[in-house]
Design a protein around this ligand. Structure first.
Ligand code: GLN
Length: 454
């Protein structure tokens, strides 16, 4: 009840929830009370969570914050949310996001932007919570849920976590089932939690993970009890610092934060090693070819026939066109056009194939670093703190917005796990985060090292 009251009070200003399922939540909470009373509680019994609008939730609003899915209520539940409900967690409602998870500011949502609960000192201007999981990050940091599900294709869990002083974990590709999660770029998409603490993230991660025969890219590997790893510490670990992440023009406060993180981990017994990830500078351009290419294919299913919105036309082609024109927002249309272009005959070799080759080189960079004895890699999570809603420079030039993902996309391109942990504040009191990148399926080391930083 207290979470629902908090949502009622704060959501009109924050716009973090796009649907609240209060009655179901209270019914489920009562059922959880009954289970707790007889000692039959699940590991997450009665824990109230928010769910990103990208996850299919049976009978409940699921629109990926897009107009084209107007009125869509799936007949099925995503595997990730089903896992959470199996362990006793309950849903407070669906959370706002960038349309189809395309964005870094939550401004591309059909439901309008999410407002960050944070303000720069001495200013009243509204800031973005980051994106695409902006609703998840804002809701967690404003105490409108105990934790939230989110997804990360190029940084959408870690960047909003960094902007809102929360913890965000993107697990190894294949750790969580993608079944029932609206697809953006299938070879990059992964679900994960946004929470207030590393321990909470570990608990949710344990529940969300696991092999699922319904997702052919889900990996059949044992899921450890991640929460048991958080007190392991970092003694004896070797942590890599990639020199290519020291970008030109990076604000001094990000540099200082990074150095601070190194000191904290050193004090707990970690040793540091300079490493090189030479293809880093190609990651962002390659990502913005691969992700739109996959998106253009995935989004072809929204044609006005099977789901949501339909705008009638004089014939079926006309109906497709009118539906898509009305149903997709600007950024989604831009991605579909880019994706279709880079996949088209004559350009496929020059762009898509080339980007896939770059992707392999990025993956190899990480493999070499880990083979050289590094256990995990420490970087900033974002190149800056949160910016203002309606930032003119970013609105005028989408590439400026894409630069937000410079430290996070490499991780998705290589399929690795990454965690963003709150590490400090900038000069105006805004949260900043550090990122730890791990070996495939070694999320445990990230939880252990993240715990030292938080
Ligand atoms: N900001 C990136 C994009 O717009 C990443 C989004 C995501 O991780 N879903 O594509």
């Amino acid at each position: 009840s207290s979470y629902l009251d908090a949502i009622g009070a704060a959501n009109p200003a924050l716009n973090a929830y796009v649907a609240v399922t209060g009655e179901q939540a209270l019914d489920k909470a009562k059922a959880s009370d009954a289970k707790l009373a007889v000692g039959e509680a699940g590991t997450l019994e009665g824990i109230p969570l928010g769910v990103k609008d990208l996850f299919a939730t049976k009978g409940v609003h699921t629109q990926a914050a897009s107009h084209i899915l107007d009125g869509f209520k799936p007949e099925y539940e995503s595997s990730v949310t089903a896992n959470l409900w199996r362990d006793g967690a309950l849903m407070l409602g669906k959370l706002n996001m960038d349309e189809f998870a395309m964005g870094s500011s939550n401004e591309t949502s059909y439901y309008g932007p999410v407002v960050s609960p944070f303000r720069a000192e001495g200013s009243n201007a509204n800031l973005v919570p980051g994106g695409s999981s902006g609703g998840s990050a804002a809701a967690v940091s404003a105490w409108l849920c105990a934790g939230a599900t989110a997804t990360d294709t190029g940084g959408s869990i870690r960047q909003p976590a960094a902007f809102t002083g929360t913890v965000g974990m993107k697990p190894t590709y294949g750790r969580c089932s993608r079944w029932g999660t609206v697809a953006f770029a299938s070879s990059l998409d992964q679900a994960g939690p946004i929470t207030r603490t590393v321990e909470d993230a570990a608990m949710l991660m344990t529940s969300m993970s696991g092999f699922d025969p319904k997702d052919s890219t889900s990996v059949d590997i044992a899921v450890p009890d991640f929460a048991a790893a958080i007190e392991r510490g970092v003694k004896g670990l070797t942590i890599g610092v990639p020199r290519e992440y020291r970008m030109d023009g990076m604000p001094q406060e990000i540099e200082t934060l990074w150095q601070q993180g190194i000191e904290w981990l050193k004090a707990e017994g970690a040793t540091f090693q300079d490493i090189s990830l030479p293809h880093t500078k190609y990651a962002l351009p390659a990502y913005y070819i691969v992700a739109p290419a996959e998106a253009s294919s995935n989004l072809a299913r929204y044609d006005g026939v099977k789901y949501g919105l339909r705008v009638s036309g004089k014939d079926i082609t006309d109906m497709y066109e009118l539906t898509r024109a009305a149903g997709f927002g600007r950024e989604v249309k831009r991605r579909i056009m880019i994706g279709t272009y880079v996949l088209s005959a004559g350009y496929y070799d020059a762009y898509y194939l080339q980007a896939q080759k770059v992707r392999t080189l990025i993956k190899r960079d990480f493999e070499e670093a880990f083979n050289s004895g590094v256990d995990t890699i420490l970087t900033p999570a974002t190149p800056s703190a949160a910016f203002g809603i309606g930032d003119e420079a970013m609105a005028a030039d989408p590439v400026k917005m894409y630069l937000n993902d410079v430290f996070t996309v490499t991780v998705n391109m290589a399929g690795l796990p990454g965690i963003a942990v709150p590490a400090g504040k900038d000069g105006k009191g805004l949260p900043l985060g550090l990122q730890l990148i791990g070996k495939p399926f070694d999320e445990e080391t990230l939880f252990a090292a993240g715990r030292v930083i938080e």
